[in-house]
Design a protein around this ligand. Sequence first.
Ligand code: BES
Ligand code: MN
Ligand code: MN
Length: 456
Amino acid sequence: MKAIDEYLAANKDRFEDDLCELLRIPSVSADSKHRQDVERAAGWLHGQFAKLGFRTETVKTAGHPIVLAESPHVDGAPTVLVYGHYDVQPPDPLDQWTTPPFEPTRRDGNLYARGATDDKGQMLTHVKSAEAWMAAEGRLPVNLKYLIEGEEEVGSHNLYDFIDQHKDRLACDVVVISDTSQFGRGLPAITYGLRGIAYYELRLTGPKQDLHSGTFGGAVVNPANTLCRMLTALIDQRGRIQVPGFYDDVLPLDEHERKQLGSLPFDEKKFMEQIAVDAVAGEEGFTTLERRGARPTFDINGLTSGYQGEGAKTVLPAKASAKFSFRLVPNQDPQKISASLEKMLRGLCPRGIKMELIDFHGAPGVVVPLDSPYIEAAAKAIEHGFGRRPLFMREGGSIPVVTTFKQKLGVDTLLLGWGLDDDNAHSPNEKFSLADFHRGIRASAQLWAELAALKK
Ligand code: BES
Ligand code: MN
Ligand code: MN
């Protein structure tokens, strides 16, 4: 690994410049006015792989393109599928960014830009590690396949069919994803559990137009009042979700795992300080770490109704709507939940209100087995890159494709996060530690060697 580590040291600045190039492309998948930018980001990645001499293809879909690449074949070596995404979340609210979201800026050892940690910076570590192997050794010790999509942040709608139709082409021994976090600063981790998700919009319509709330109020059902009542019925004071059957398939946390989660060096006070709250709350009977990673939740993601302008306006709004989602744990079925939820909401919706429930996307949660040789290989690689062995943790976010890889390709995923909880993913001032970018590349380069040593 000496030649490779030397190459990494000699090319540090250029790796950062390359990442900055990618970060300058505003590949916001949710926003149709950025369609061309999303395509440009795919093209940029395509160029990176082509430069390495990898067989590279950009596949058009009904949505955004998928970039595929394959390193030169090595007989008898394991095949690793690297998944990542080059699309990013919208940068709003823009006025809260210290420097513009698509002008990457170095500040106190971090690189600030939308997509820095989620997922351009993390994903690129696995491209640069391959570059180092090709440059320093002339070859890779494993077969690498890359599947980098542009629709992760909007539900990966075109990815699932693609995987289903290209099972042979994507066949592999293990999947590697860096799109999660470390446990904390200087505490690298392997994530063995991710939550699933079920995302909805509820739209209520009352009278044909907004009305004077003095003339009509009290005699006409108010959609905003109704919306509040329906939403609060979904969760009780103890943090228990009230959708009938919601907990039926939830597997209880076993004592061994609770102990293990309880032994992680979590500092609740620091956690509260980081987000400036004076209390934590959630489902009764569970710790903060359990609530965040291993228990299902309900959150309203957006609310709209009535007058939002300056001053007061006495109005009875004609419409009210909310976007909300449940985070799910393994074994819960999003479709079953959708059916039960719809029935419950219809039962709560009074006459005088028309109700529409839109089901955006759903995905089950996952846990990956820890007793595999791949995990041990990853732990060694992380130790090489980060200077200490990883902790093992569950995270609350969702990467739905992990379940698809298991179901369609029959393989497990290594979730090797290089990010931090306070990287501001999906928020203003997203950042990625430059030290972690380089540590991630070093760990990734070592990972190819460790996986090769496992043979087939
Ligand atoms: N990188 C995140 C997933 C993630 C977040 C994993 C936090 C672990 C901790 C990913 O880009 C993401 O944002 N996923 C969405 C999924 C959704 C769009 C289907 C999420 O979790 O909200
Ligand atoms: Mn991501
Ligand atoms: Mn994301």
